[in-house]
Write a protein that binds this ligand. Structure first.
Ligand code: SF4
Length: 344
């Protein structure tokens, strides 16, 4: 078994779960007994920090008691996140946990990253003597932020199905893999009534925060654009970017081209991307200005609905009556304005 401090820093590890199973309290004790009050407070702190700062935050891990409370706060935070019952919140929390781990991983030896990679089913080869890390291309494609030029597979070189990456790259890939894993686990779980009862006031507080944020998001215009009138596809892409998801290139491209057609400036569009975990202004600016035609001779157009469906970025389950009438996301937006003008 690993040291307590390692388990506290990496609460998603199999060893940490095993530690809780062998030494931890029952769920009932964890929820109600006085000795675990601190773990409960930290659990809520993890959620608050993830929601507000995209990182579950640092706490002192000096003694065993600090580490144990940190370890126990993780399953508590997850159980409460499930009861909040909002997919945006779950994504945000998953990112907060994964980003925190990423910062720790940067300072770990590569051998430790290999252990984490194995737990997350990311296939990596490591040559200790030459200090060369290689990753299987499918795992790379699934997790790397390939929207950035240096991450594109053509700029990496591939040999025998593997790509050579740095320690920092591997940590970034594990961030994405872990974010995805936590998010999937949260989506698959149901709220436990005893957790809801214990944390009902915090759960309601988070739910209110989400309602406020959604209102702010929908009523605050982006430049001159009304978010409320955006088609479901663009709302989805925007929300995914803002919750720190690794949005595929075509989604980002379509959103930028769509907003550019609505006369949003490159700076206004850039602001929307600034919540990504590894947002790099210069690189994002280059891409945005390329699509909008500021730095190239071509101004790219947003694809129509049919193409959006082919690319898998039209959320068919969210299509509404306006979607059924239009063939292009821009027509959706102008139809929404026309509908508003007709209102008495
Ligand atoms: S039907 Fe068109 S406008 Fe509606 S969500 Fe799909 S792509 Fe967007």
């Amino acid at each position: 078994m690993r040291e307590l401090i390692t388990l506290a820093k990496y609460p998603f590890l199999h060893d940490t779960r095993q530690y809780i199973k062998e030494n931890g309290p029952s769920v009932d004790e964890l929820l109600h007994n006085l000795p675990y009050e601190r773990a409960r407070i930290i659990g809520i702190e993890r959620l608050d920090n993830a929601f507000k700062n995209r990182d579950v935050g640092n706490r002192s891990l000096v003694g065993d008691s600090d580490c144990i409370m940190e370890i126990l706060s993780y399953p508590l935070a997850r159980m409460v996140a499930v009861c909040i019952g909002d997919s945006y919140f779950k994504k945000r929390y998953a990112l907060g946990e994964a980003y925190h781990i990423y910062k720790y991983l940067l300072n770990e030896p590569t051998s430790f990253l290999l252990v984490v990679a194995q737990e997350l089913n990311v296939t990596v080869q490591y040559s200790f003597d030459k200090n060369i890390i290689k990753i299987f291309f499918k795992d790379y494609l699934r997790n790397a932020p390939t929207r950035y030029r240096e991450w594109k597979i053509v700029n990496r070189g591939i040999s025998g199905g593997f790509l050579t990456i740095s320690h920092k790259d591997l940590a970034r890939i594990l961030l994405e893999s872990l974010r995805e894993r936590i998010n999937e686990e949260l989506l698959a779980r149901e709220c436990d009534q005893s957790v809801y009862n214990m944390f009902s006031s915090d759960i309601q507080r988070f739910q209110n925060m989400l309602v406020m944020q959604k209102k702010k998001f929908e009523t605050a215009p982006v430049g001159k654009v009304s978010i409320e009138k955006l088609p479901p596809c663009m709302k989805d892409i925007l929300s995914a970017i803002q919750s720190g998801e690794n949005v595929p290139h075509m989604g980002r491209f379509s959103l930028v081209a769509f907003l550019s057609s609505l006369k949003l400036s490159s700076n206004e569009i850039l602001k929307l991307f600034s919540s990504a975990p590894d947002y790099q202004e210069d690189k994002t600016r280059y891409q945005v200005e390329h699509i909008t035609g500021t730095s190239s001779s071509t101004e790219y157009k947003c694809p129509g609905c049919e193409k959006m469906r082919t690319y898998g970025i039209c959320p068919v389950d969210k299509m509404d009556d306006v979607c059924k009438k239009v063939r292009h996301p821009l027509s959706y937006y102008s139809d929404k304005w026309k509908q508003e003008k007709k209102k008495p």
